[in-house]
Design a protein around this ligand. Structure first.
Ligand SMILES: *Cc1c(COP(=O)(O)O)cnc(C)c1O
Length: 452
């Protein structure tokens, strides 16, 4: 069979609302040309993020009913904890309300002025939390990752030689942890190989530095390893996942991605002393250690979601349907970051609208155009997200089309392809933007713009 079908059927539906072009023009102006300010009811196909936007299964909804809301020691917590132990092999498992809460706790304990945290590519909230602690966040992607048309199979890999140089430059005492993001979100949803993780681990061991995974998309990463890494093709995804976690001293996870839930996060820690201190901060700022700022029902949904995400027919469908979008766009001459990532396709805005200089935010201009044309909401991952505040412009100007899990069908995606191709044909008409209002940190969420 050539067709990869959705390995589920639909039990409950949500109607979509169509808008006219004039309506969308008004909404864009009211939103200050920032799609984060749009009302989602005015969006037809919402590809802003795959975070917390997935559809839960009937078993997850059953878990929602089963949830036990005891303050301490709820059976829902133990189900969640045991599932995570079984998958990751970690003993120290803390629930948090989402990924950035795990990051904030970790960097409150490990960060601070004078510290340097290397990562293959920090995501926006990770970078912001590292920097909020006073530490520096440094990205060490392999050079191939900066070339949009390079089809390297593991473009998420860290440049291990650059990691060695960084440790030599700052000294191992200044590096409280090495982070590795699987899959790498800001660099295109690209996977990291087991070989690369082992090489990073070896460097960490030589210098006595702990290795932490930003493991939001650990299952998608493991699926890519199974597909692409020599010698891994016959291994169960679960075994590959276990290898990934075995290499780490800890992990931050947003369960809103591969946890397949609408809210939730996890912090995994091996060191008992660090776990103890993290538990204290968790109780102070999130909630008691057996619920971490969540309801018991959320823990049930996570316990089930982390199980379902490892079903290989699901992962095959997931990664192939993202590839479908990417491959069709490439076939029609639309420049994307190749190869397509696991959770998203990233349009290469610099190549899409070469007439717009980086200072006028080509990614933002393209994001605006997609909504204007077809009611599609995408997310700029470029100079709006990572510029400003004295930062260098990022190496690429991207527009991420993130695919919510188990939500849209192939005809929705075909509509998206038609719309993007139509915008691409008239790309020379797109106009740059200037910022009229922006906060100090994470400015992409709230900045307002004006068209040039
Ligand atoms: C989503 C994400 C985070 C942050 O998680 P939240 O649940 O949004 O707080 C951190 N790192 C990566 C790679 C992510 O994709």
């Amino acid at each position: 069979m050539k067709t990869i079908i959705e390995p589920f059927r639909i039990k409950s539906v949500e109607p979509l609302r169509m808008t006219t072009r004039d309506e969308r023009e008004d909404k864009l102006r009211a939103a200050g040309f920032n799609v984060f300010h749009l009302h989602s009811a005015d969006v037809l196909i919402d590809l802003l993020t795959d975070s917390g936007t997935g559809a839960m299964s009937s078993e997850q909804w059953a878990g929602i009913m089963r949830g036990d809301e005891s303050y301490a020691g709820s059976p829902s917590y133990y189900r969640f904890r045991d599932r995570l132990r079984e998958i990751t092999g970690f003993e120290g498992i803390l629930p948090t309300h989402q990924g950035r809460a795990s990051e904030r706790i970790l960097f409150e304990l490990l960060g601070g002025p004078g510290k340097v945290v290397p990562n293959n590519a920090h995501f926006d909230t990770t970078r912001a939390n590292v920097e909020h602690s006073g530490a520096r966040a440094i990205d060490l992607m392999i050079p191939e990752a900066r070339e949009p048309r390079n089809r390297h199979p593991f473009k998420g890999n860290m440049d291990v030689a650059a990691l060695e140089r960084l440790i030599a430059e700052f000294g191992s005492d200044a590096v409280p942890a090495v982070m590795c993001t699987v899959t790498n979100n800001s660099g295109g949803g690209q996977p990291v190989s087991l070989e690369n993780l082992r090489a990073i681990r070896a460097v960490c061991d030589r210098h006595g530095i702990p290795l932490f995974l930003d493991a939001c998309r650990f299952a998608e990463n493991a699926w890519f390893i199974k597909q692409r890494e020599p010698g891994q093709g016959d291994r169960p995804v679960r075994a590959i996942v276990r290898d990934m976690f075995d290499l780490a001293d800890g992990a931050t996870i947003s369960a809103k991605k591969d946890g397949m839930v609408n809210i939730g996060g996890v912090l995994l820690l091996r060191d008992p002393e660090l776990l103890h201190r993290a538990s204290d901060v968790l109780i102070l700022t999130e909630g008691y250690v057996t619920y971490g700022g969540l309801a018991g029902r959320d823990l049930e949904a996570m316990a089930q979601g982390f199980e379902e995400v490892l079903h290989e027919d699901y992962l095959e469908y997931r990664v192939r349907s993202t590839q479908y979008l990417g491959d069709k766009l490439v076939a029609q001459g639309v420049p994307i970051l190749e190869p397509p990532g696991g959770h998203a396709v990233y349009l290469d805005a610099k190549a899409f609208c070469p007439h717009i200089p980086v200072g006028e935010f080509p990614g933002q201009a393209l994001t605006v155009a997609l909504y204007r044309e077809a009611g599609i909401r995408a997310c700029e991952i470029g100079s709006v997200m990572f510029g400003g505040g004295g930062h260098e412009p990022p190496p690429m100007e991207l527009v991420r089309l993130a695919i919510p899990r188990r939500v849209y069908t192939q005809s929705h995606i075909d509509y998206v392809i038609e719309a993007i191709v139509a915008v691409h044909r008239r790309a020379s008409e797109l106009r740059g933007l200037r910022i009229v209002e922006a906060p100090q940190v994470l400015r992409h969420f709230t900045a307002r713009f004006e068209e040039m």
